[in-house]
Design a protein around this ligand. Structure first.
Ligand code: NAI
Length: 315
């Protein structure tokens, strides 16, 4: 089920590899470029291992085999050649404004008038690195959630000058590969996922810092409490169901929520004594040389959850 359309990936680290697998799963020809040629080689090898593992465990996406999907992905050490003829370019270089500027200038120099120039940046609005470009109307952000194969949400964030067709094409492409795009109505620093994540991290930090709860237990509040609720629906719908709709929720809880929120205190810096406490507590349970095993443990559970969600939501 190969199609004669090409996607270019710039940067073949963790996120570039994941995008390559997702695009190949529905038959796109994917070309990967990286500034380090050894990264391209290791990406191609690791992608094959990952695709085969997914196939063995029945979790491979798409209708074609792991080997066929892998055949659709090629590496290229020439930037211009990698991008030529692509309908969509997904930039996946490290999170640095200077690098994003540099790579988007390179893209601007070789882009045709149609290709979508899309960044995977986690926090930086496209307007902060595309304003001066000739092809700036073709630039947009698609910020994936890690690991993208199991957590399908993608934040699509247009710059003020992004063309409407580029927004709708990006959204359609993401839906086609099985991701869940949400389009932000305007740019905001940190986008939405990380703003919510940072609010959570800050409050967990404050509660450990002031001695209210242990590191292990605050994580349990999420994994066995809030996280369970939020795996299938968001906090606004959860609250709606927890009373008789939002008006009733507001009558019952709005004052309480406001009063508790007044007690949150200033934004903490994640450093100093609390950093030692948080790090050492986790390192005593998950030593730094065992992170890959724990990541595999996490991914297996996320894969199971993704499967369950798919099955239950199809009913
Ligand atoms: P990474 O460090 O794993 O990979 C970056 C790759 O880019 C490396 O292979 C590097 O050799 C290559 N590279 C560096 N300079 C380059 C250049 N000038 N041209 C071409 N390739 C170049 O980084 P990762 O984690 O894949 O992140 C990539 C982007 O995705 C970042 O903007 C990051 O914020 C975003 N992102 C990362 C997530 C994560 O959990 N790691 C989640 C969502 C988005």
């Amino acid at each position: 089920m190969s199609r004669d359309e090409k996607i270019a990936i710039i940067g073949s680290g963790l996120i570039g590899r994941s995008w390559a697998m997702l695009f190949a799963s529905v038959g796109y020809k994917v070309c990967i470029y990286d500034i380090l040629s050894e990264q391209i080689d290791s990406a191609l090898k690791e992608i094959l291992v990952q695709l085969k593992k997914l196939e063995e465990s029945g979790l491979l996406r798409g209708k074609i085999s792991a080997v066929e999907q892998h055949k659709l992905i090629t590496g290229c050490t020439d930037f211009k050649e990698c991008v030529a003829g692509a309908k969509h370019v997904q930039e996946c270089v490290p999170e640095s404004i200077e690098l994003k500027r540099k790579v988007f200038e390179q893209l601007d120099a070789v882009a045709d008038d149609k290709m979508v120039l899309c960044s995977s940046t986690s926090t930086m609005p496209a307007s902060s690195f595309t304003e001066h470009l000739t092809h700036r109307a073709q630039c947009i952000v698609a910020h994936p959630t890690n690991p993208p194969y199991y957590a399908p949400l993608v934040e699509v964030v247009p710059a003020p000058w992004t063309n409407g067709v580029v927004i709708s094409n990006t959204k359609s492409l993401l839906e086609e590969i099985g991701q869940t795009p949400v389009v932000l109505k305007k740019e905001v620093l940190g986008f939405v996922l990380n703003r919510i994540q940072y609010a959570l991290l800050n409050e967990c930090w404050r509660l450990v810092q002031d001695g209210t709860i242990s590191v292990e237990d605050v994580d349990k509040v999420m994994s066995d409490g809030l996280g369970m609720r939020y795996a299938f629906m968001g906090p606004l719908e959860t609250a709606y169901l927890n009373a008789d709709g939002w008006k009733s929720y507001s009558e019952r809880y709005a004052d309480t929520i406001f009063n508790v929120a007044q007690d949150f205190g200033p934004t903490p810096r994640m450093e100093g004594e609390t950093l030692e406490i948080v790090h050492n507590d986790l390192a005593s349970r998950i030593p730094l040389d065992k992170l890959n095993e724990r990541r595999a443990w996490r991914d297996a559970r996320l894969a199971g959850l993704a499967k369950l969600k798919k099955e239950m939501n199809e009913k």
